[in-house]
Design a protein around this ligand. Structure first.
Ligand SMILES: Nc1ncnc2c1ncn2[C@@H]1O[C@H](COP(=O)(O)OP(=O)(O)OP(=O)(O)O)[C@@H](O)[C@H]1O
Ligand SMILES: [Mg+2]
Length: 259
């Protein structure tokens, strides 16, 4: 267990951290000088109203888009501007706000392809045959971790909405990530499905550094170890859920009737 500082956060080096991270889209500043630190074993929730810049932040962290300015460090190494495929191989896994599976393929094929996409040895044909089995094993393990054992041969498009979101988590896990960037994994779920996903996310947060974007405040306050509140691209508050709940600026800018 890592040493704890006075505020209860681990004093070890963050797995992923940003300083002054900024992204412009023409005249719009979608992400403005954002500094966040994601620690192993911590569930870090990012909240904020629609258009606050949450997804753009995840897109920057995962290398989908390049920053206009600022720093990103993965295990202490500068990675801003690295492409998504390289960051995936270095241990950054992400899921998307809108479900992003290959509907006509089976569940197992979806996860195997995800494992293959981040595989470091795929260009070595000599290892290929043996390696194919390794990818299937990896995919099976990811499916088991995401609670999807027993549906491997189903066509992904026929799964329930909740199962499809679990499948996305499995696809992310197939790359053996250190960091999980999860963009609204609970969106559109019924109570039973969310309960299952909540248990899964809590477990994953013990083994990874997790950044979770979520609009359901009851859920966020129940599961988050640490929170970042964004509005209009910037960070308006960071801290433990108790402190965020009591923060007047947050209440005014965002929580409104939730507070
Ligand atoms: N590729 C893009 N080109 C131009 N503008 C963009 C692009 N992506 C995002 N934006 C703009 O950046 C701002 C932040 O968007 P973003 O999707 O990051 O918000 P969000 O906090 O994830 O919102 P939501 O809660 O609705 O998902 C918005 O004004 C959005 O229109
Ligand atoms: Mg978003």
């Amino acid at each position: 267990m890592a040493d704890k500082m006075a505020d209860g956060r681990p004093s070890t080096q963050p797995v992923l951290a940003t300083r002054g991270l900024t992204r412009h889209f023409g005249g719009l500043i979608a992400v403005r000088e954002v500094s966040v630190a994601l620690h192993q074993g911590e569930l870090h929730a990012v909240i904020g109203p629609n258009g606050a810049g949450k997804t753009t932040l995840v897109n920057l962290l995962s290398g989908e888009i390049r920053p206009t300015a600022g720093y990103i460090e993965l295990d202490g190494r500068a990675v801003a501007g690295e492409p998504a495929w390289r960051l995936a191989r270095l241990g950054v896994g992400r899921s998307f706000q809108r479900t992003n599976i290959f509907a006509p393929l089976t569940v197992l094929e979806n996860v195997r392809l995800a494992a293959q996409a981040v595989d470091r040895s795929q260009r070595n044909p000599l290892r290929h045959a043996k390696h194919g089995t390794g990818l299937v094993d990896k995919a099976q393990a990811a499916l088991a971790r995401a609670g999807l054992t027993g549906v491997e041969t189903r066509v992904a498009g026929t799964l329930s909405h909740g199962e499809q979101r679990q499948l996305e988590i499995a696809m992310t896990l197939a790359g053996s990530p250190k960091v999980l960037l999860l963009d609204e994994p609970l969106a559109g779920m019924g109570p039973e499905e969310s309960e299952r996903m909540t248990a899964l996310l809590k477990g994953l947060a013990r083994e990874h550094a997790v950044l979770l974007i979520e609009h359901d405040m009851d859920f966020v306050f129940a599961v988050a170890d640490w929170m970042t509140v964004m509005a209009e691209g910037g960070v308006i508050a960071q801290g433990r859920p108790e402190a965020i709940r009591a923060n007047t600026a947050v209440q005014q800018a965002y929580l409104g009737s939730h507070a």
